[in-house]
Design a binder for this molecule. Structure first.
Ligand SMILES: Cc1cc2nc3c(=O)[nH]c(=O)nc-3n(C[C@H](O)[C@H](O)[C@H](O)COP(=O)(O)OP(=O)(O)OC[C@H]3O[C@@H](n4cnc5c(N)ncnc54)[C@H](O)[C@@H]3O)c2cc1C
Length: 263
């Protein structure tokens, strides 16, 4: 709450993420639902500017997709009632289709501004997914992708991931729907700004998104330049898999953590 209040004071909105994934017990999925219902209530009480991000494996997707759907539905229903928004994060490729299927069911019941999804530019399938999701239409967060995927499903070369990011970003921005461009990569950000300016797309027609604590300078600069900036704020006890993904995408972080442990 305090971190998000500070972000709001810096001109950024936020997204709560209660860290947990691949939950293997039904009772634990219930605890996760309660946590999110509590967070949505706290957002209302405190008046902070934040939505929530959820992971479907946190609600039992790998146990039973029906259970994950029912759990996610409770959160989306509560958020919709409160005029808030739920983003369904995208996880590893073994659950991409199941995540999209659950999202489509939610989106059939709730509005464009109640629930959205994430796609990852490292997957070969993403451009087709973007086209399909835009037909609904759906609000989409575009990211590069954070899981260790095989060359059978994902571009192994960074340049291809980046090229695909730019291609899909253009599809999204041209759709007229409000999307999230999630990246810390200045090249992706410049490409987005260039495209929006060339096509006459307003600064308020989309938002940039970054992770809490990463490229704070860039977050502040974009907010100062009049762009919408949302910061993803993870919290909770189950931090290890999230932390390992952050280390994997930037090995320099291992040195950063080690150095700070000794300070
Ligand atoms: C708001 C948000 C939500 C996300 N949601 C998902 C999701 O649902 N599913 C999913 O698979 N992935 C998600 N991701 C992660 C994403 O897929 C990438 O793994 C991550 O953002 C790194 O890619 P990048 O676009 O920043 O570019 P990169 O090319 O990886 O990085 C560009 C530059 O950004 C900086 N940077 C990047 N990562 C770090 C880091 N960990 N620490 C310090 N500096 C860093 C460095 O300066 C680096 O040179 C999300 C990312 C964001 C910002």
């Amino acid at each position: 709450m305090t971190a998000i209040r500070d972000l709001n004071a810096r001109g950024c909105t936020a997204s709560f993420d209660h860290l947990n994934e691949s939950v293997g017990r039904v009772a634990e999925t219930e605890t996760e639902v309660r946590e999110y219902l509590d967070v949505l209530a706290r957002i209302d009480e405190t008046g902070i500017d934040s939505n929530v991000s959820i992971k479907l494996t946190q609600f039992g997707l790998e146990l039973d997709p029906e259970l994950a759907y029912r759990n996610a539905r409770r959160i989306v229903e509560d958020a919709a009632r409160r005029g808030n928004f739920v983003r369904v994060d995208m996880e590893g490729s073994s659950v991409t289709q199941a995540t999209i299927d659950v999202f489509k069911r939610l989106r059939a019941e709730f509005g464009l501004n109640d629930v959205g999804i994430v796609i990852q530019s490292y997957l070969y399938r993403t451009k087709d997914d973007a086209r399909e999701l835009l037909k609904i239409p759906a609000r989409i967060r575009l990211c590069k992708g954070a899981y260790n995927e095989s060359p059978e499903v994902a571009y192994p070369a960074k340049q291809d991931v980046d090229d695909n990011y730019v291609r899909v970003m253009k599809l999204l921005l041209a759709s007229g729907v409000y999307h999230g461009i999630a990246t810390h990569d200045p090249k992706m950000i410049d490409a987005t700004i260039d495209f929006a300016q060339r096509e006459g797309i307003g600064k308020d027609a989309f938002e940039f998104q970054m992770l809490y604590g990463i490229r704070r300078d860039l977050q502040d600069q974009l907010a100062r330049d009049g762009y919408r900036m949302r910061v993803y704020v993870p919290y909770g006890k189950h931090w290890y898999p999230y932390f390992m993904r952050r280390l994997a995408e930037r090995p320099a972080n291992i040195w950063f953590v080690w150095k700070n442990l000794w300070k």
